[in-house]
Design a protein around this ligand. Structure first.
Ligand SMILES: [Mg+2]
Length: 297
């Protein structure tokens, strides 16, 4: 798994040192907790708000894809693929021509599948990332996972419309049969390795997903990309950008129009590339307020 960096909030009561799913950082990071549960986990696995946000993303995805298919039929318009071209930059995000059968490409973890059981073990044990432990989780039977709210219905609606559902995940090729099984068990399948399931090791680039995306785009017209990390859309976001640069890129005039229009993002405050940045990154100088009524010490 290529996840990076969990977040510490020094201002809150800290209990436990947890680094969540697939974090490749060796050092555990103290997480903000409420009632002993890391706040991000409360939000993602326990809140109605996260369920609503996920449903919202899936509803927007299905609406977008249906509109795309209608346009293709009625207007004979062939929009560009959601996959960026090899020569794309964040300033000029050129897109592949869209050819072949329509498909939507999904990340797996915290995009279609919630790893609630694994995160429980992290939270309970105060554990940092351990590749061997994560692999044991990949090989588990999936009983402690749930589909992301809206995913089962959304994927079924896409398939009913003639769209192929393809998974592109950084779970390992060596555990492919288990990942197939977990997805099928959760009602998200069919997932077949090499056909509709692409894993780390299936193409060059390690945890980078661009090579696998290019492979998928050579077989399908990729109508949409769905993920919880910016790397689920382009590896260009993971080229050493500082948090403020990354945020600016995601919200830039070139990239911003893609959100909700081919690129669909799910919430994940538990782990991953979003959780980076110090006080200066998160609270720039011009966005600071000091309470004039605060007692002077
Ligand atoms: Mg993910």
């Amino acid at each position: 798994m290529s996840r990076a960096l969990t977040l510490g909030f020094a201002a809150f009561a800290l209990s436990g040192c947890v680094v969540a799913v697939g974090n490749q950082s060796a050092a555990p990071v103290a997480l903000a907790t409420v009632s002993g549960v890391p706040a991000g986990m409360q939000y993602l696995y326990g809140s109605g708000e996260a369920a609503a946000a996920s449903r919202q993303a899936y509803a927007g995805l299905v609406r977008y894809v249906n509109q795309y298919l209608r346009d293709r039929t009625t207007l004979r318009r062939m929009p560009l693929s959601a996959v960026l071209a090899a020569n794309a930059t964040l300033a000029q995000p050129a897109q592949w021509p869209c050819t072949g059968k329509p498909a939507v490409v999904f990340d797996v973890d915290e995009t279609v599948l919630l790893n609630t059981g694994y995160e429980y073990s992290d939270a309970r044990g105060g554990l940092g990332y351990d590749a061997a432990r994560w692999e044991r989780w990949e090989r588990s039977d999936g009983r402690a996972t749930r589909a992301v709210p809206g995913a089962v219905e959304g994927l079924a609606a896409l398939r009913a419309a003639g769209v192929t559902v393809v998974f592109n995940t950084n779970r390992n090729a060596a555990t492919a049969e288990f990942t197939e099984g977990v997805l099928n068990r959760a009602g998200l399948g069919p997932a077949k390795h090499g056909e509709t399931l692409f894993l780390k090791g299936d193409a060059p680039g390690g945890s980078g997903k661009d090579a696998r995306r290019a492979l998928i785009a050579s077989r399908y017209c990729v109508v949409a990309l769905v993920g919880d990390q910016l790397g689920d859309f382009s590896d260009l976001f993971n080229t050493g950008l500082k948090p403020v640069e990354r945020r600016a890129a995601a919200d830039s005039p070139a990239i911003a129009p893609l959100w909700g229009n081919g690129w669909f993002v799910l919430p994940n405050p538990v782990y991953g590339t979003a959780l980076a940045g110090d006080f200066d990154d998160v609270f720039p100088n011009d966005l600071r307020w000091t309470d004039p009524g605060a007692r002077k010490e």
